[in-house]
Design a protein around this ligand. Structure first.
Ligand code: NOJ
Length: 765
């Protein structure tokens, strides 16, 4: 190993106790699998062991299975493959598995993996939009649906959930996660793991989850994908790691390491983080897979000189499986010859891979996944489409509605739909479409056309493409607007502006969309902006003054129907922003849970304070923001005790009343603040939320049960609970706090888990 790789292990390890993730593993010994696994390990040649660590691509993302040729089958026969990714199809995978379990010496089944990120065939909203539901239950149900479709297609494993916290919208992969907040991110992580895996992988159609990309991939410098993260131990532990911890506790069968480095140490070689924190501190026993070719990329990072060194580093860090790189299979033999102390690491990796196969029941019945008959009935079934529609409705966020432009008034008889995204089926599928097909998508235009009330005309003009400079469609769009009573102006990004390696330096509207928006606004017609995008956008010229803005992300196959439901007023929007929208690209990153400074931002520019002179303070639309067709009153905050000691609980209750005229959802949010501590604490941190449906006039009492451990802060000694006063805030968004109270933590203490990862029980009565 090269010098410099003795990482800041001590600091990272801190004092956190090893935790009982092991409990999530079923008792393999009891089922007889452990003996079988140990027997196999003894019987395996070195090449067969290396084969288990090998996960080649069986195809390409756009051409699944395309690389399974005669040579690939031969390699399977020789025991040279442990798993394939980018494969699918019940019949195809059954035959591939047959070769492994009938024609290889040790008859070890293969693991088949794919990126099923927001649906397999029934594509539901992109993960950022799913987080906007603020509804773990619908997230869990959608993951379950995806798992059913995935498993009947012969696959065992999805590379989801992605739980990377993203505070910089320039980063294109913000679309794949739950946004800026570690508490919301933890809840979404758990919901997905439970949906994919069922309890302990025991349920029907359970598949392995892969929580990714451990540990600070979302903190890439400047929001440039793959770039390094340089962040404090505190931020790493308090902000980036909590969702990973929550997913590990929920039993996530596998983890994937990030491509990038933290302070110069690529995670794929980070012994302190992967072996130290994940395995030793958290007690994680599952399978860890590298990201695509990331082991070989350790050479490009400059921490290994040769692929042999790269392989040794990753193995020592506790990365079990090599995705697509072929480095382990090609170079570990030499690495082990040079350093026989690597052999036990190899055996550990093999055992973890075999255990993953055993947990899925593949040693008992290697063909238990994949069912060609069920493929025909489950994929894109009516039930699945209905669930995708429910999720899409819940994900829509009403950002502004001045003058009540929405829902569309019944007096409006001609509705102009302007913007190419309105009928862009591919974009509506979002960044990861697995087996989703454009033909199955109901676009916004189709959804409106299919549901317009009698006598209402939908007039469409694409205006401009988001991908070209051609503004020649603007005059026709203006004519369409002039002839209408109301304009729905559809603006944003296409599916390929966000996602992997799709970072952007400018968060503005691409193409000639600003010119289109200005020309349409100049008609004087009432305009509702419908945004479609995979990241927060910042386009002051358009967004600052628009009277009505509806955020719809990329909503999947049922998106058009769901948007129509909201626009016509059949359903009230209730989604909330999982990440704030900055006012300008240069204000990035901006996030609500920032620390106070000695000179807090002040509107008075004559004062020297922490702000930009050319932009107002804070985001345009903050975390947690979202409006409704109803209104809600918050009253009667009660904190059930004045003080609480570590280990105790405190209950915080409030009454929420629908004061509007329609049935609607409200997302009630609990924030906390530690106003005086040994280090500056965030001005606000989410620690609880619930989405409630209320009829007009209906009132509900919402009670959050909080623990002092959820206020713990990270320092070199681990999770520390400090005595003192805690402020609590209950409200409708991070900047719409309606009720305030507090309690005192009566004594100092220790926490054992990342504070933000601890989910808050909420009751509604
Ligand atoms: C690279 C991506 O970073 C990862 O998220 C994905 O799962 C793999 N490619 C496999 O497609």
């Amino acid at each position: 190993m090269r010098p410099g790789l003795q990482l800041h292990r001590r600091a990272l390890l801190g004092g956190t106790a090893a935790l009982a993730v092991a409990a999530a593993l079923p008792a393999l010994a009891a089922t007889g699998h452990e003996a079988r696994i140990q027997g196999l390990l003894k019987a395996m040649t070195l090449d067969e062991k290396l084969g288990q660590l090998n996960q080649p691509a069986g195809g390409r993302q756009k051409a699944l299975n395309s690389r399974i040729d005669a040579a690939a089958l031969d390699l399977v026969r020789k025991g040279g493959v442990g798993s394939y990714l980018h494969v699918a199809g019940a019949d195809f995978l059954r035959e591939l598995q047959r070769v492994a379990v009938q024609e290889s010496r040790l008859k070890i089944p293969l693991l088949f993996a794919a990126d099923v990120i927001h649906g397999f065939k029934t594509i539901y909203p992109v993960p950022l939009a799913m987080a906007a539901t603020f509804d773990p239950d619908i997230v869990q149900r959608c993951s379950r649906m995806a798992a059913i479709e995935t498993s009947v297609s012969g696959l065992h494993w999805t590379f989801a959930p992605m739980v990377d916290i993203a505070r910089d919208p320039r980063w294109g992969r913000i679309v794949e996660g739950a946004g800026e907040d570690p508490h919301l991110g933890s809840a979404m992580a758990v919901a997905q793991v439970e949906g994919f895996q069922t309890k302990n992988l025991s349920g029907k159609d359970a598949i392995l989850a892969s929580t990714k990309h451990f540990g600070a991939y979302g903190a890439a410098s400047g929001g440039r994908d793959y770039d390094g993260a340089d962040l404090s131990e505190r931020t790493l532990n308090e902000v980036y790691l909590p969702p990973f911890y929550a997913a590990a506790q929920a039993g996530s069968g596998t983890f994937m390491t990030a491509f990038n480095d933290i302070g110069g140490v690529p995670t794929t070689a980070n012994q302190a983080l992967v072996r130290g924190v994940l395995r030793e501190q958290w007690g994680y026993q599952g399978l860890v897979v590298s990201d695509w070719n990331a082991i070989l990329e350790l050479v490009a990072h400059g921490v290994a000189e040769t692929p042999v060194q790269a392989a040794a580093l990753a193995l020592k860090a506790s990365v079990d499986m090599d995705m697509a790189g072929g480095v382990y299979v090609a170079h570990l033999r030499q690495a082990i010859a040079e350093d026989p102390t690597l052999l036990p690491y190899l055996d550990q990796a093999v055992v973890r891979i075999l255990r993953a196969k055993a947990r899925l029941g593949l040693f008992d019945d290697p063909m238990r996944f994949g069912d060609a008959a069920r493929e025909k009935t489950e994929l894109l079934s009516a039930d699945h489409r209905a669930l995708a529609r429910e999720a899409a409705r819940k994900a829509v966020v009403l950002l502004r509605n001045d003058g009540g432009l929405l829902p569309i008034a019944s007096s409006h008889k001609t509705i102009a739909v302007i913007g190419a995204l309105a009928d862009d089926a591919r974009s509506q599928l979002g960044s990861w479409k697995a087996r989703g097909e454009e033909a199955d998508v109901v676009t916004l235009l189709k959804g409106l056309q299919g549901s317009a009330p009698a006598g209402v005309k939908i007039a469409y003009s694409p205006g401009v493409s988001v991908r070209s400079d051609d503004a020649s469609g603007i005059p026709a769009a203006v004519e369409t607007a002039k002839a209408a009573d109301l304009v729905l102006l559809v603006l944003g990004e296409d599916f390929d502006h966000s996602g992997e390696s799709r970072s952007r330096s400018d968060l503005g509207l691409p193409g000639p969309q600003v010119a289109l928006a200005q020309a349409v606004a100049a008609t004087g017609k009432p305009v509702v902006i419908v945004l479609m995008n995979g990241r927060p956008l910042a386009e002051p010229a358009v967004l600052d003054k628009a009277p009505a803005i509806l955020e719809t992300w990329f909503l999947g196959v049922e998106g058009g129907n769901a948007m129509a439901d909201i626009l016509w007023g059949k359903v009230s929007p209730g989604g909330r922003l999982p990440v704030g929208f900055p006012r300008a690209s240069g204000q990035t990153p901006t996030f609500y849970a920032h620390n106070p400074t000695g000179r807090p931002a002040d509107p008075d520019l004559l004062k020297d304070t922490a702000r930009y002179h050319d932009a107002d303070i804070g985001p345009l639309f903050p975390f947690g923001h979202g409006l409704s067709y109803a209104s809600f009153a918050y009253a009667d905050l009660a904190v059930d005790r004045a003080s609480v000691a570590p280990g105790g609980i405190v209950k915080i209750s409030a009454t929420i009343t629908n004061t509007g005229k329609v049935v609607a959802d409200e997302v009630v949010q609990l924030y906390v603040r530690d106003p005086v501590a040994s280090v500056a604490r965030p001005v606000k941190e989410l620690r609880g939320f619930t989405r409630v449906t209320l009829k007009p006039g209906e009132a509900r009492r919402v009670t959050f049960t909080l623990r002092p451990e959820q206020l713990a802060l990270w320092d070199a000694s681990g999770w520390k609970i400090e005595a003192g006063r805690i402020e609590v805030m209950v409200g409708a968004s991070s900047d719409d706090i309606r009720l305030r109270g507090g309690f005192v933590i009566s004594a100092a203490g220790k926490g054992s888990a990342p504070a933000a990862s601890l989910l808050t029980a909420v009751s509604v009565s």
